[in-house]
Write a protein that binds this ligand. Structure first.
Ligand SMILES: [Zn+2]
Length: 280
């Protein structure tokens, strides 16, 4: 179980960099919230967020919290700012004498995030090593990303673009999936045991093959109104289904019957066609 600590840079009374009508603390929070929502669809990880709103969380408190929690990764999200508005692009930072795990994280995460920036017309400023407190004082693998320059018009434009942000989030999720071998949570599906009717099947044989009486099998399958009559593709429940599952099986049966009817009509249509050629 990977424990990932996500920190949206700044917040509350620390606004961070500002430019082009954007404030860093808000944009970092937006990125972290989008990321956390996507990551919640996966299993094999635990998340902790330094903040989920525009509140003041001291940097030292975040670092201490991540250390105490025993995080496997400290991911810090920032946005650059510079007096020269022509500076632009994405960069990632790890500590100058990093843990091997920090290097691994940067090698996986950086190219994926950078590719999104480059694709949207910004640029990759490279993998950096910096003596930042967040990277120095954290005991686990730690990475700090600078998602563009808020002071650059084009980068700021991208930070306002939802499609861009979604791609950036997706790239980040893909990196975490690769780093920690995360698996997508199963969508809720059928809970009852099912069998799909094959050509030549009948209910007696299906019951016998599954060591149950015909009455028992029939009781699990109220959508099969006549046990002497089943169609190839019919869903047969081998254990007690939910009401929803019965509805689904009944709809599936309607669909099979509709297709069969359609084939019959097409066949009749062809025959009429052939006959009319004979007589006309
Ligand atoms: Zn910052």
């Amino acid at each position: 179980m990977a424990k990932i600590y996500l920190r949206a840079g700044h917040g509350g009374r620390y606004s961070g960099a500002v430019g082009n009508g954007l404030v860093e603390k808000q944009e970092t929070l937006r990125h972290i919230l989008m990321l956390a929502e996507e990551l919640s669809k996966y299993e094999g990880l635990e998340l902790k967020l330094a903040r989920t709103a525009d509140v003041t969380v001291e940097l030292n408190d975040s670092i201490a919290e991540a250390n105490r929690w025993g995080a496997d990764l400290y991911y810090s999200s920032h946005i650059n700012g510079f007096q020269d508005s022509s500076a632009y692009g994405y960069e990632s930072h790890i500590y100058p004498t990093p843990l091997a795990e920090s290097i691994r994280v940067q090698n996986v995460l950086h190219p994926k995030q950078a590719a999104v920036w480059v694709k949207w017309g910004s640029r990759d400023r490279g993998k950096k090593r910096s003596n930042f407190a967040e990277l120095r004082e954290t005991k686990m693998a730690a990475i700090l990303v600078e998602n563009g320059f808020i002071t650059n018009k084009n980068d700021a434009q991208l930070l306002r673009n939802n499609s861009f942000l979604q791609e950036l989030t997706q790239a980040t999720v893909e990196a975490f999936v690769e780093l920690y071998d995360l698996k997508k949570k199963e969508e809720p599906g059928m809970t009852a045991k099912t069998y799909i009717v094959q050509s030549g099947d009948n209910m007696y044989r299906i019951a016998r093959n599954n060591n149950m009486t015909l009455e028992e099998l029939a009781s699990y399958n109220p959508h099969i109104t006549d046990i002497n009559y089943i169609e190839v593709g019919d869903i047969v429940f081998l254990s007690k289904p939910t009401l929803f599952e019965v509805d689904y099986a009944a709809m599936n049966r309607e669909l099979i019957l509709c297709r069969k009817k359609k084939e019959e009509y097409e066949k009749i249509g062809k025959e009429i066609n052939t006959l009319s050629h004979k007589f006309l």
